[in-house]
Design a binder for this molecule. Sequence first.
Ligand code: F6R
Length: 240
Amino acid sequence: MKVIITENYEEMSRVAADIIINKVKADPTAVLGLATGSSPIGTYDNMVKDHLENGTSYKNVKTVNLDEYVTLAPEHDQSYAYFMRKNLFDRVDIDLANTNLPSGIAECAQAECDRYNALLDTMKQDIQLLGLGSNGHIGFNEPGTPFGSVTHLVDLTENTIKDNSRLFDNIDDVPRQALSMGIKNIMQAKSILMVVSGANKADAVYGMVKGEVTPDLPASVLQLHPDVTIVCDKAAASKL
Ligand code: F6R
């Protein structure tokens, strides 16, 4: 596990974007595993800047996202599909047909999970971008999720609902469930890149890097992956 400590969120975002940009330059048909939330927004901004200034092309890139809220249609402005278009897809030359997220409005959640797992079997991520929950979750794999899990329906914890409520008008508007890639789907990636910032993540960062490998802190599983880079700012790294 390689840990890169940066001064702040801006530097974290530049470093992480450069890693992804170099992957895409080396393989213009790369499969990118992508994440939502506050942590990767700056990374996406830097990828867009590079696309506009240097012409790095995403035309033949394919993407798979980690998760989506149940009940939110792709047009809903709090859906992760909408987030991805706003923060990345609509700002680079990617073909939307090459982008994939689980659907939050599938009639049958299990059938949708099965579809997504079958897709992931055919699309191994060359690089998987992750954020980190303050409780150590990755994707929406909350503490206690088995390491062998694949895409599944998740009941979000009160902790996660509270963390995510800052993006909604009202905490009651935060969906209570999500479809999330499982830990096994994340671990199949050839390389993993995590961006973490802020002192509220410091305990989770410590547990992930130096703690016991345990489902109680899902991100600790990354200690078992051969190619992981954690880019975190000073505040997030303060307990290391
Ligand atoms: C998002 C995701 C989550 C977030 C995590 C951190 O697709 O899967 O695991 O990465 O909750 O969220 P932020 O970055 O908003 O602190």
